[in-house]
Design a protein around this ligand. Sequence first.
Ligand code: HEC
Length: 126
Amino acid sequence: MQHVTDNQARMKKIYVLLIIASAVIFQYCATTQKASNKSVAVPKVTYVADVQPLLVNNCSPCHFPPKGNKEPLDTYLTAKNEIDETIERIKRNPGEKGFMPAKHPKLSDSTINVFVRWKADGLLEK
Ligand code: HEC
């Protein structure tokens, strides 16, 4: 009888230790999870990943030599040099003078925002 009680007491101690250990491990995981979430930054807008595809889709052929004969927007440098004028013009409304993309519907707000963010992020190439 005494033997059984001793065993039960020992088991109780082990259970308590296990509970404390798992609480500590859980806390540790929860903390590291939070820390790693914080370090996941929003990726910066780049020419190659974000801006170039938009220019190709929306501004060709007019701005893509040799087919287009308007101010070229077919390279990183030309796109970068024209960014202020580009943002200006894509923010205008169809029918307004200088609206771009000419003869097309206005770009969506989220598309326009890619150009705005590209400038804010420092006009990175990639
Ligand atoms: C259908 C042809 C066409 C399309 C598509 C088009 N453009 Fe244009 N773009 C023009 C013409 C024509 C001009 C010259 C007249 C003017 O300045 O408004 C021009 C001029 C511009 C200028 C001024 C260049 C300068 O320095 O004088 C910018 C900037 C521009 N476009 C940006 C864009 C952007 C960005 C797109 C795509 C989102 C686009 N355009 C799509 C025809 C087009």
